[in-house]
Every structure is written in structure tokens, then in C-alpha cells.
Design a binder for this molecule. Structure first.
Ligand code: FAD
Ligand code: DLZ
Length: 510
């Protein structure tokens, strides 16, 4: 039986189950650079360049392994290859295959397309499970369906027990599953920063950068900032670099905010794991080996493993368990249009300017910038949920819907009414001022609540509590803030809500 295996741009791993089923002598593999995939949101140019370069390198790696690969270049035709369905149809018209094999995609949009192929293209289609995770979707579905309140922390403990990671005779190493309390240091600006790793660019990457510059002129991103691993060797070098230079401090500065640096001790590995250049298992194992060799403390290693074994697997499970309608949630009825400065970073709020600027120019911001700066602002200003989610999906190097949507809609915007988070991640300027040094370079004062000098996070925060006080009074983790609001004099309340309304009205000038 002759088979055709379709590999998507975020499935670039030799360990894919779909590849194991192939006969190198008779079967074919195809990859395609597509108009629809590059345009479903206005992806950052850096992300398109990473995807195209990594896809081209993977095609070469597969050929070196002896596979027959058909690769569809973005510029091979004037009008571009449009969709997966179009290139499959073209491929099926040139060769006779008995079966098309593909791997579970990371989005309902593509899954729905795949499900139509058997009938539309009159060929047997097999969708293989994506084996690049610790847990299958069926296992995740069971876990979610068996619980009333399926929280990440419970899943994480389950995952530790199932995998045995950081476990000793059935108990968590160090006596606790979670060392998060030790991972909340504010940024200390005299801390030496880790060195940056420079990835060499070869001819393939240079050609891709030229292509992206020409074809995606009005997309966000600065290609001169391209410094990504585009193949397995470079991704492994990035993993080694993280373990050697950053892991030991990853824990304590995980939540820190620095005005002059947006990567700190974060790994920068998410895009490589998400597109298949690294496997989550090998990344966690490398961190645990560093702990065993006494090169990194437990709080750092546990914190890092929790992000991958816990959060990453959990959000994937939630995305597929909740179904396509999850995307439509807008529990807090957030409708304010995204300000234009989300697309150029030109805002006077220093923390937002820095976080958005890096997100656009480098396709990267670390977790606390995504959650407690940009996400927090979007939440308290009541920005339109779909617009915010599309923005996150577009700008980040590691953004694919299965992981972006639960993090944005659920964690940052609380738009799923607490399916993911037990409380909204809303905070005033006080938090931002405490965790780092943005405020000292900002034109706004973090201590003031109203008036032109006041940090907009303050009035927007209290106005957010005010707008949703009925809902949050019932939430034990929010009730105190509601009480604090209700204790304010009516004159103060009035001044704050008026000022918040002025801010929302002039959001484009903030
Ligand atoms: P590190 O801080 O070094 O963390 C280590 C690894 O843990 C990451 O590489 C990643 O694989 C994993 N991880 C950490 N947190 C999460 C999480 N909450 N969910 C899933 N995996 C996690 N992550 C994405 O991979 N793609 C996204 O599109 C994405 N969108 C996000 C949107 C919002 C609003 C928020 C709050 C978080 C989002 N995250 C997303 C999660 C997290 O912020 C990124 O994984 C992380 O910032 C990537 O940088 P890093 O590789 O340096 O991560
Ligand atoms: C993100 C992306 C981009 C920008 N381009 C392509 C592409 O040209 N060809 C491809 O196979 N995949 C691409 N991708 C990744 C897909 O969008 C991704 O596979 C789906 O969103 C499912 O996760």
C-alpha cells in the first residue's frame, strides 16, 4: 500500500508516529508553505521565517534519512499554494496513493479540514495521535471528565505520579510538589545577566529571510532580530545553553520584570518544543539531570518541570476537552477595541511599551510580561476578547492555538469564567512596581490613582473590581478586593470610575 504522509509546519520531529509507519522505498512525505497558514492571522515575520526555515531544514533532514520528500515552496507559483487541501489534491493528481497519513494538528480549524479529506479527495485518511506529549488526548479527556474542578495543580500532581518525574518512592522530592513560593523574587538590577546564544544563519535561512521580507511587507516583526534555532542541532544547543547559563536562576527570577531585558533567565525553548525540534521529555530530563548533578536548585528545576509537564500538557488537554466553542467565551463581556498601539508599541506606559515592543520586534515576551503586563491591562481595560486572542496568536514565535487560546482567553482574560484560573490575574501598578524597575522610567506615577500623572493600571484595576463586584464577591480569592472597593467613600468611587471612563475613551493616547 503506497502512502503519503503530510507533515505540518509545527510537527518537525523524526519521532512522530506518522513517520514510523512509512516505507522509505515506496512512500512519500510532503510539506507545504501555504497562503492560508501564513494569513489566518497576521503572524510575526519572525515566526513565518522560523517556520519556513525549520520546515526546509527538516525536509533536508528527512531526505538525508532516505525518505522521498515533496516540498511546496511559498513562491513556486505566483498565487501561492493556498491550503493543505489544495496541495494534497495536487499531490494526489500526480501520484497514486492508497492512504494519506497525518498527525493531529494543533487547531480545530485544521482538524476540521483534515476530517473532510476522506470524502472530498476520495482517499483513505488516517489521523495519527501526536506522540510529542507526555499524555494522549484520550488520557487528558478522561482526566478532565472525571473531575468537577479540573485545576492545573491537581493535574500536575497526577502527572508527577504517572511519570515519576522528581519523585522518590512515590513521594515528591523535597517533600512538596510545588516550590512556587520560592520563585517570586523581584528583579534586582545589579544581577548579572546570562549570556545570549547566537545562532549561525546558513543559506537556507538567508533565502527564507529574503522571501519573508518581500512577501510579508505589512506583517509585524523585525527580521534583523532573527536569532532562532532552525534545526535539531541548534535547538539542542539552545537547550544546553539554558541548562548551563540560566536554569539555576530560572526559579527565583521567574516572575521578575526588568526594564532593560525581556528574556532574563527564561529558556526561550517554547517555540522549539511546539514545532517539534525538541521533545518535552528530553527538556524536562535535562533539567532534572542538572538538579541531580547539583548544578541547579530544586525550586528552579521543579518550577521549570511544572511549566512543561504541568501547564503545557494541561492547557492542551483543556483546549481539546472544551471543544471549538471555547473560543467564543466572553464571560466578562469585554468589548473595548484593541488600541492601535498594540501594533506599534507607542504607549506612554513604560511596562506596556517594553512588553509590546519586544513582542512585536522579537516575537517574544516572557510569561509575566504576557500575563501580568499585557494580559492584565487587556483584562482590566475590558479589551475585546477575540481581538486580544488574535493578537497573541499573531505576534509570538511560539503561538499555536492549542496553547495560546487557553493561556490568553482563560488565564489572562478570565473569559471562560474560571474554567482555567480560580481567580482573575488582575493587578494594579503596585504589583508591577514591586516586581521590577519599569516604573522608575515611566511618565506615570504608580502611587496615584486618578489624574494625568496617575498610572492607568490603578483606576482601571478598581473600575474592573467595581464592574464585576457581584460576580467576584462570591469568589473567596477576590472577596477581599471587593470589600476594599466597597469601603471606599462614594466620592472616591465616583472619581475613580469617572477617571477610568476617561482613560477608556482616550485609550489610543494612553
Ligand atoms: P519559560 O519561562 O522558560 O518556560 C519553560 C517552558 O514551559 C516554556 O518553554 C513552555 O514550553 C512551558 N510553559 C511555560 N508556561 C506555560 C504555559 N502557561 N502554558 C504552556 N506552556 C508553558 N506559550 C506558548 O508556548 N505559546 C503561546 O502561544 C503562549 N501564549 C501565552 C499567552 C498568554 C496570555 C500567557 C499568559 C502565556 C502564554 N504562553 C504561551 C505560556 C508562556 O508564557 C510561554 O510558554 C513562555 O513565555 C515561553 O517562553 P520560554 O520558552 O522562555 O518559557
Ligand atoms: C504557523 C504556520 C505558518 C506561519 N505557516 C505554515 C505553513 O506554511 N505550512 C504549514 O504546514 N504550517 C504552517 N504553520 C503552522 C500551522 O499553522 C499549524 O500546523 C496549525 O496552526 C496547527 O497547529
Amino acid at each position: 500500500m503506497t502512502k503519503l504522509c503530510l507533515i505540518l509546519g509545527d510537527q518537525l520531529s523524526l519521532s512522530l508516529d506518522a513517520l514510523q509507519a512509512l516505507d522509505k522505498h515506496s512512500d512519500h512525505i510532503m510539506l507545504a508553505e501555504l497562503y492560508t497558514e501564513t494569513h489566518y492571522v497576521k503572524h510575526n515575520k519572525l515566526k513565518i521565517a522560523l517556520l519556513f526555515s525549520a520546515m526546509r531544514h527538516f525536509a533536508k533532514q528527512l531526505r538525508d534519512e532516505g525518505f522521498h520528500v515533496d516540498y511546496y515552496d511559498f513562491t513556486a507559483t505566483k498565487d501561492h499554494h493556498q491550503s493543505f487541501t489544495d496541495v494534497l489534491r495536487a499531490q494526489l493528481s500526480q501520484h497514486s496513493y492508497q492512504q494519506v497519513i497525518c498527525t493531529e494538528p494543533g487547531e480545530y480549524r485544521v482538524l476540521n479540514e483534515m476530517k473532510r479529506w476522506q470524502q472530498e479527495l476520495a482517499v483513505d485518511v488516517i489521523i495519527k495521535s501526536d506522540n510529542r506529549f507526555y499524555f494522549t488526548l484520550a488520557q487528558m479527556h478522561d482526566w478532565f471528565s472525571e473531575r468537577k474542578e479540573p485545576r492545573m495543580e491537581h493535574f500536575y500532581q497526577f502527572a508527577r505520579k504517572q511519570t515519576g518525574l522528581l519523585m522518590e518512592t512515590g513521594k515528591p522530592i523535597g517533600g512538596r510538589f510545588n516550590f512556587d513560593k520560592e520563585n517570586r523574587n523581584a528583579w534586582q538590577s545589579d544581577t548579572p545577566l546570562p549570556p545570549m546564544l547566537k545562532h549561525e544563519q546558513d543559506d537556507i535561512t538567508e533565502q527564507v529571510l529574503t522571501l519573508v521580507e518581500q512577501e510579508f511587507t505589512d506583517f509585524p516583526g523585525k527580521l534583523v532580530h532573527f536569532n532562532f534555532a532552525v534545526n535539531r542541532e541548534q535547538a539542542l544547543a539552545a537547550l544546553r545553553h539554558f541548562i548551563k547559563h540560566k536554569l539555576a536562576d530560572f526559579g527565583r527570577f521567574q516572575d521578575a520584570l526588568a526594564d532593560n531585558n525581556n528574556t532574563l533567565f527564561h529558556s526561550l525553548l517554547a517555540s522549539y518544543i511546539n514545532i517539534g525540534l525538541l521533545l518535552p521529555q528530553e527538556v524536562c530530563e535535562a533539567a532534572i539531570e542538572a538538579y541531580q548533578a547539583q548544578n541547579a536548585p530544586l525550586n528552579a528545576v521543579e518550577g521549570f518541570v511544572r511549566q512543561i509537564l504541568g501547564w503545557r500538557e494541561y492547557v492542551r488537554g483543556l483546549y481539546w476537552y472544551e471543544g471549538e466553542s471555547y473560543k467564543k467565551h466572553n464571560a466578562l463581556n469585554a468589548q473595548t477595541p484593541l488600541p492601535n498601539w498594540f501594533w506599534d508599541g507607542k504607549t506612554n506606559m513604560r511596562c506596556m511599551q517594553k512588553a509590546i515592543g519586544h513582542s512585536l520586534d522579537d516575537a517574544y515576551a516572557h510569561h509575566i510580561q504576557r500575563l501580568m503586563i499585557i494580559g492584565n491591562f487587556s483584562l482590566i481595560a475590558g479589551l475585546n476578547v477575540t481581538e486580544v486572542c488574535d493578537w497573541y496568536l499573531a505576534v509570538y514565535i511560539d503561538a499555536f492555538e492549542w496553547v495560546e487560546l487557553p493561556n490568553t482567553l482563560g488565564m489572562a482574560l478570565y473569559a471562560d469564567n474560571g474554567k482555567l484560573a480560580s481567580k482573575p490575574y488582575a493587578a494594579s501598578a503596585n504589583y508591577i512596581n514591586k516586581m521590577g524597575n519599569h516604573c522608575s522610567s515611566c511618565r506615570y506615577n504608580p502611587k496615584l490613582v486618578t489624574g494625568v500623572k496617575a498610572c492607568p493600571f490603578n483606576a482601571l484595576y478598581w473600575d474592573f473590581i467595581q464592574r464585576h463586584q457581584e460576580r467576584f464577591a462570591k469568589n473567596p480569592r477576590m472577596a477581599l478586593m471587593v470589600k476594599q472597593w466597597q469601603k471606599k467613600s462614594s466620592a472616591d468611587q465616583h472619581a475613580i470610575t469617572q477617571w477610568a471612563a476617561t482613560l477608556i475613551e482616550k485609550l489610543d493616547k494612553a
